[in-house]
Design a protein around this ligand. Structure first.
Ligand code: GDP
Length: 361
């Protein structure tokens, strides 16, 4: 039908927004990711989750199924999905965090409702702010409130309305406390369903990474922001934009790099340029790899090979001479031999700037 055709066109026009999760240690960043993955594996028969290299692709139809639980949100989904970066605590990720890059389109800041704002919460806040990355707050671990009665994977207000009076008051007391702490740091904040002005107030989404409560709200809200406020920045751009997340040795493949492809296309045999500890590296893509789909992942270390991949995407690249690649380096593609020296210079310039910004912190 016409409607279906329009949706398909939109999905080519837009790329999956790239989502980063930051927050204090032990607030539940890893657990939230796990939960999102598992819920999705269970919830979706068709077009399920794909575990990508260094990231998880949460496809539009799975989000649609989940967000149907939200009473007040009707979303038409234009993006192919959400690409959630996997490595919240990773070392190279902290370099990427300080980088003035467009790696993340949108952020999730995780706060433990039992602890409120902590040191790394404040740090994460200032990263989002200085990089101009819009973000929401997951007010996590609501299931730990005294006598909380969980409803698995339910929308927040649905489960909240079923709680007894004293549990509701305890939730409100803690939520208000956290909002006050944000105020003291100079931020306006509000529970997302009471937010008077999302431009002025940070939205708090109550969640539990254990019971899955509030996760439909969290994903719905992210998608909503991506498709309104961020609409122009998630239009797919053919110009390549890619960053090396990790450098890994894999049996049978040698040294590989895990790359987040933010825009553009990368192909087998492409001439890539990355920054290395001993100067710039230029080499040819030998293999473009993604993990086997979850259900088929019986044999460890098996990958799917691709001729070409398009953003947004997490991809493993195997090539010769990648041994000394620096995680955090940008990745360029040379159209011809003549372009290589200029791109080598450019990659070194960018990496120097990254180090400068890290050292200035
Ligand atoms: P990270 O350091 O932010 O990645 O935190 P983790 O995801 O490793 O979680 C730290 C601890 O908190 C683990 O023991 C988790 O099981 C627990 N945890 C995380 N989220 C929740 C939650 O929503 N509810 C409860 N009860 N525990 C949680």
């Amino acid at each position: 039908t016409n409607e279906e055709k329009k949706i398909e066109e939109a999905k080519i026009r837009y790329k999956a927004p790239i989502v980063c999760i930051l927050g204090h240690v032990d607030t539940g960043k890893t657990k939230l990711l796990d939960k999102i993955r598992r819920t999705n594996v269970q919830a979706s028969e068709a077009g399920g989750i794909t575990q990508q290299i260094g990231a998880t692709m949460f496809p539009a139809d799975a989000i649609e199924t989940l967000t149907q639980k939200l009473p007040n949100l009707s979303l038409s989904i234009d993006v192919p999905g959400l690409l959630i970066i996997d490595t919240p605590g990773h070392e190279s990720f902290s370099n990427l965090r300080s980088r003035g890059s467009s790696l993340c389109n949108i952020g999730i800041l995780v706060v433990d409702i039992m602890h409120g704002l902590e040191n790394q919460t404040i740090e994460s806040l200032s990263i989002f702010k200085t990089k101009n990355i819009p973000f929401i707050v997951a007010l996590n671990k609501i299931d730990r409130l005294y006598e909380w009665s969980p409803s698995k994977d339910e929308a927040f207000l649905t489960t909240f309305n079923k709680q007894s009076g004293h549990v509701q008051s305890e939730f409100m007391r803690r939520a208000k406390e956290t909002i006050l702490e944000f105020n003291h740091k100079g931020y306006n904040a509000a529970l997302y369903y009471e937010n008077p002005d999302p431009e002025e107030y940070i939205s708090l989404v109550p969640t539990s990474a254990i019971t899955g409560e509030g996760i439909p709200d969290m994903l719905g809200l992210i998608l909503n922001i991506a498709q309104t406020k961020l609409r122009s920045s998630i239009i797919y751009q053919p110009k390549l934009e890619a960053t090396v997340m990790e450098v890994k040795t894999i049996e049978g493949l040698g040294t590989t790099i895990d790359v987040i492809l933010m825009n553009g296309v990368i192909k087998e045999d492409d001439n890539i340029i990355v920054s290395g500890f001993n100067g710039p590296i230029s080499t040819r893509v030998r293999a473009l790899l993604t993990p086997m789909p979850l259900r088929e992942m019986r044999v460890k270390g098996e990958y799917l090979h691709h001729k070409a991949l398009r953003a947004s995407m997490g991809v493993k690249i195997s090539a010769q001479g990648l041994d000394h690649t620096m995680a955090g380096s940008p990745l360029f593609i040379a159209k011809n031999e003549e372009e290589i020296p200029r791109l080598q210079e450019e990659v070194q310039k960018e990496i120097t700037e990254i180090f400068k910004s890290i050292n200035n912190k």
